[in-house]
Ligand binder design. Structure first.
Ligand SMILES: *Cc1c(COP(=O)(O)O)cnc(C)c1O
Length: 228
């Protein structure tokens, strides 16, 4: 299959999942995660109608951005080290992986210097896995309370990367958990506008859409298997 055919198939599957639960498929943004694929492949995806590109490493993304002329928005979906915060703010339109007060302060500082309001999602470690990044449910509310005061950060939702389960239905409880946390956070902090839920990848995005996802981060189902 070509990238264009895969993009069309992904869009059809998103639409079907949205309609199953009475959602408008237009609420779901496809972020095509292009890590380890070259700039030329990204341009193919943009030509096929993709508007949003995800990357998980700042330096890799920077190199590709320099090669790409087609208009698109860039999403940092991987873990972000505080020492890369400034560069990430310069390069990316969205940061999906805010996971500490220290990183929040760095992003806010960078936003201040660059005169930019940094659009971010807070990453939640929904399965409380010790090896994974993201804040725990208990850490989420205190962090949201503090970041609300940072003028150059715009906190627009939550992101999660649940453990891999060969059965996509196995991750449904984690997606539900993120949706529920967003609901609780919205009632506790009505001043924040937590519109987005970044959840769902190639093998489970339909379940994520059924559970309320508004950004699906899709790599393999659009680009094919990643080159090693
Ligand atoms: C690689 C990656 C994805 C996409 O993974 P696929 O399974 O290839 O769709 C999504 N989110 C993050 C954070 C990633 O690193």
């Amino acid at each position: 299959m070509t990238i264009k055919e895969r993009v069309e198939s992904v869009r059809e599957r998103i639409a079907a999942a949205a309609l199953r639960v009475g959602r408008d498929p237009g609420e779901v943004l496809v972020v095509a995660v292009a890590k380890s694929f070259p700039a030329s492949t990204i341009e193919e995806a943009i030509a096929a109608g993709i508007s949003d590109i995800g990357e998980n490493r700042v330096q890799e993304a920077k190199a590709k951005m320099a090669e790409i002329n087609a208009p698109c928005r860039w999403h940092m979906v991987g873990h972000l080290q505080t020492n890369k915060a400034r560069l990430a703010v310069r390069l990316f339109d969205w940061i999906h992986s805010l996971d500490s007060w220290k990183l929040a302060q760095e992003l806010d500082n960078a936003g201040s210097t660059l005169g930019k309001r940094v659009r971010t999602l807070v990453e939640v470690n929904v399965a409380e896995e010790p090896t994974k990044t993201g804040v725990t449910a208990i850490e989420l509310f205190p962090l949201l309370e503090r970041v609300g005061s940072l003028p150059h950060l715009s906190i627009e939702g939550l992101m999660a990367m649940p453990p891999f389960d060969p059965d996509p239905d196995g991750v449904r409880p984690y997606f539900r958990r993120l949706t529920r946390l967003r609901g609780e956070a919205t009632s506790r902090f009505p001043e924040l506008s937590l519109r987005h839920l970044s959840m769902g990848m190639s093998h489970d995005f339909e379940v994520a859409v059924e559970e309320g996802g508004t950004m699906v981060r899709i790599g393999t189902a659009i680009f094919g298997p990643r080159p090693q």
